[in-house]
Design a protein around this ligand. Structure first.
Ligand code: GLN
Length: 543
């Protein structure tokens, strides 16, 4: 019998529901329980693929090509899972399914309503994940804040699930902000009390309340939260500010949360094993070195736009015992004033992330040129890979104004062009080349030394690719395409063997990076940054 944990949030969004949900999963996993996680996003978009990363954070890509909410990334990283599209449920998906059924006549003439038809569809989607996953516990995080209009059908559905699945098989966790007033330093539980009331109005009584507060809550705040929340004091926990997000499962488990959850769901007392996780956390908290990375991007103002990349860089750092300091730089800065590029002298490595559209591309090209000419370690991902090809074509192959058709459709040399299967596609949602594809790695290359494998599977999200018409020119001038699609026609990794570390990939290694198991290209990059900084020889991943 599968058990269900539902996580809701109150007072405001961004209280760390995703991290809390992942942390509960971790506490269960350390007790040998198998878990999976669902994210509910009450917005009307069918998936996150069409959403602007600048407003909503990055789009996370699953193995099966789902374009999902970034919280799935936290679940995968914390729990070392490979989730599927179905693990992200949105209002758009639910309504689309209900309306399709209505059009087919499946409802046999009945009036189609939010209760029961929409709520049934939501429950069906949650249970479908449970069935497909062979787990002990399904955690479901309801996005947004309790009280949002869009969230109501989802809360109604999870309310019904207690009736249908039984008390001992369902658990409601509510997390809300407990601010501390600047002047009096007082912890204020009133907003939390209101959000618990709002949840109760819908018919859900939380079993556990987590106070999200800058500091550990005091006895008085704890007493109030328990009293007004109608739960025992040992069901109140506090997620306070910590140096690293990866500490959260540990601090909550230390407060007894893991034990409480297991008892409440009638799991037999199990010995827990936090060793590996704590080792990783220790490595993060006690670095011996520091590397400074310039992330030259277009969405630099919102670090959530690059959250998986930031984390993958840090995973690489933890394995090298190095703290990774990432400075997000708006690429356009380098277009405004030639002198601005000098700022890159202060960094140990230059990283050019994913991106779309022309804005900022000339600035990124300048940063790549700087990296190549000054032999500063460089890693480019997706757009960063494509731009590295353009930079090489322009400045080494002499193809003046070489570009991508995405940037300049009239370029004389479109070294990056739309993939053939993308031509004529008008619909934007879920139509890119998505998800995991097999890549063949050439022997005796840096890619091979990094991945230690002749075949890898990596996740993708793009419409453009290297134009094979220029393959010969690029190769003759020294650009090595070390990873290719199985038919050999799609370029997947590039490297410059005469540089200290110059590597880029069409795929996104960051989506498979895990704490303690960093993705090879990110690890290699950070290692190279550190080695070069410490004056070591070129790393061993060069031939
Ligand atoms: N805009 C480029 C493309 O569509 C790169 C995409 C990306 O960086 N994810 O191919």
């Amino acid at each position: 019998m599968v058990k269900y944990i539902f996580v809701t949030g109150g007072v405001l969004s961004s209280v760390g529901k995703g991290i809390l949900t992942s942390s509960i999963g971790k506490m269960l996993q350390t007790r040998s329980l198998k878990v999976t996680v669902i994210k509910i996003d009450p917005y009307v978009n069918v998936d996150a693929g069409t959403m602007n990363p600048y407003m909503h954070g990055e789009v996370y890509v699953t193995d099966d090509g789902g374009e999902t909410d970034l919280d799935l990334g936290w679940y995968e990283r914390f729990l070392d899972l490979n989730l599927r599209k179905e693990n992200n449920i949105t209002t758009g998906l639910v309504y689309r399914a209900v309306i399709e059924k209505e059009r087919r006549g499946d409802f046999l003439g009945r009036c189609v309503q939010i209760v029961p038809h929409v709520t049934d569809e939501i429950k069906h989607r949650i249970r479908r994940v449970a069935k497909a996953s062979d787990v002990d516990v399904v955690l479901t995080e309801v996005g947004g804040t309790v009280g949002d209009i869009e969230g109501l059908p989802f809360l109604e559905a999870i309310r019904q699930m207690r009736l249908e699945e039984g008390y001992e098989n369902t658990l409601y966790v509510h997390v809300a902000l407990v601010p501390i007033l600047d002047v009096t330093k007082e912890m204020k539980t009133k907003p939390l009390q209101h959000s618990v009331n709002e949840l109760r109005r819908i018919g859900i009584q939380p079993d556990i309340i987590v106070a999200r507060s800058p500091e550990m809550i005091d006895a008085e705040a704890l007493r109030k939260i328990a009293l007004f929340g109608t739960i025992p004091e040992n069901a109140v926990f506090c997620s306070y500010n910590v140096e690293s997000i990866y500490q959260v499962p540990v601090i909550l488990d230390d407060q007894g949360m893991g034990k409480f959850v297991c008892k409440r769901l009638s799991f037999l007392e199990q010995k827990k094993d936090f060793k590996e996780w704590k080792e990783f956390v220790d490595a993060v908290l006690n670095p011996e070195h520091e590397v400074n990375i310039a992330l030259v991007g277009k969405y630099a103002g919102l670090s959530d736009s690059y959250v998986s990349m930031n984390e993958a860089l840090r995973h690489g750092g933890a394995t090298c015992k190095a703290k990774v300091c990432i400075t997000h730089i708006e690429a356009e800065k380098f277009e405004e004033n030639q002198k601005n590029i000098e700022a890159l002298k202060n960094f140990d490595g230059i990283f050019v992330p994913y991106g779309f559209g022309p804005r900022g591309t000339e600035g990124k090209l300048k940063a790549i040129r700087f990296a190549r000419e000054n032999d500063v370690p460089f890693l480019g991902i997706c757009y960063g890979f494509q731009l590295a090809v353009i930079e090489f074509a322009r400045n080494i192959c002499g193809l003046k104004d070489a570009s991508s058709t995405e940037i300049n459709p009239n370029s004389p040399y479109s070294v990056i062009d739309l993939m053939p299967e993308q031509r004529g596609i008008a619909i934007k949602g879920a139509t890119m080349r998505l998800g995991a594809h097999k890549i063949i790695i050439e022997p005796n290359t840096m890619a091979h030394t990094l991945y230690k494998n002749a075949e890898i599977y990596e996740r993708h999200r793009h419409r453009f690719e290297v134009n094979l018409d220029y393959f010969g020119t690029l190769k003759e001038n020294g650009l090595v395409f070390s990873g290719k699609s199985t038919d050999g026609r799609r370029m997947e990794t590039l490297e410059l063997p005469d540089r200290y570390f110059f590597f880029a990939s069409q795929f996104h290694g960051e989506f498979k990076s895990r704490p303690g198991k960093p993705d090879p290209e990110y690890y290699g990059f950070i290692k190279a940054c550190l080695d070069r900084k410490l004056g070591r020889h070129k790393p061993e991943f060069q031939k």
